[in-house]
Design a binder for this molecule. Structure first.
Ligand code: COA
Length: 177
């Protein structure tokens, strides 16, 4: 049954308040894996995540989910710079449930977020990733993101120090028509 769900085509859509619990579940699960994202264990409760969704300013803030057969299997959050000085930029983070990885659902989420950024006139999309997260870095490189710098030994995963790698992609200029 679960396998059927995971082989099904997926859809990417904007998250609604009702997705708060599913997003909190995924972020908690990925956080507990301990090697991919900074948060550990419960980052936000379902109620806190729903509150974020209910107060979201759609001009500056995007939260997407990827869904298969009605099951939320991944999420992406993108936030535009809040000042005039950095309103041309946006930062994002994303995570898929372990069972949903390796089938380019992350690419689908990121393409949808990039479309949103393009429509908002954003010119540069940024992220940071652990240097040990080879799978994520492969995806970002395939999508045109390039390293712009790194903070060395910024995180410790158990006994191992890893760098925080900053990557960015510059959106193509919008056509004049
Ligand atoms: C990073 C992530 C969003 C990529 O999404 P995805 O849909 O799995 O991406 P892809 O299917 O394009 O795979 C990307 C790379 O992940 C690796 N990968 C493949 N299967 C995988 C699996 N089951 N588990 C982990 N990584 C896998 C491969 O190196 C792959 O690169 P390749 O296709 O060039 O060989 C997703 O794997 C994820 O949520 N990982 C855990 C959380 C995380 O790392 N978030 C990003 C923090 S910056």
């Amino acid at each position: 049954m679960l396998q059927d769900t995971l082989q099904a085509p997926y859809v990417v859509r904007s998250a609604t308040i009702e997705d708060g619990a599913a997003i909190a579940r995924i972020l908690t699960e990925v956080g507990r894996e301990g090697i991919y994202i900074a948060n550990e264990g419960i980052y936000m409760t379902p109620e806190q995540q729903s509150l974020v969704l209910s107060r979201l300013n759609p001009e500056q803030h995007l939260i997407l989910v990827a869904e298969q057969n009605g099951v939320v299997v991944g999420t992406l959050e993108m936030v535009r710079g809040v000042f005039q000085k950095n309103a041309h930029t946006a930062n994002f983070g994303m995570a898929l449930a372990p069972v949903a990885r390796g089938r380019h659902i992350g690419e689908g989420l990121l393409r949808a977020a990039q479309d949103w950024a393009q429509a908002k006139g954003i010119e540069k999309i940024c992220l940071s990733v652990f240097s040990s997260n080879i799978g994520a870095i492969r995806l970002y490189q395939r999508m045109g993101y390039r390293e712009e710098g790194r903070r060395r030994k910024q995180y410790r995963l158990g006994d191992i120090f890893v760098d925080e790698v900053f990557m960015a992609w510059y959106l193509p200029p919008r056509s004049a028509n």
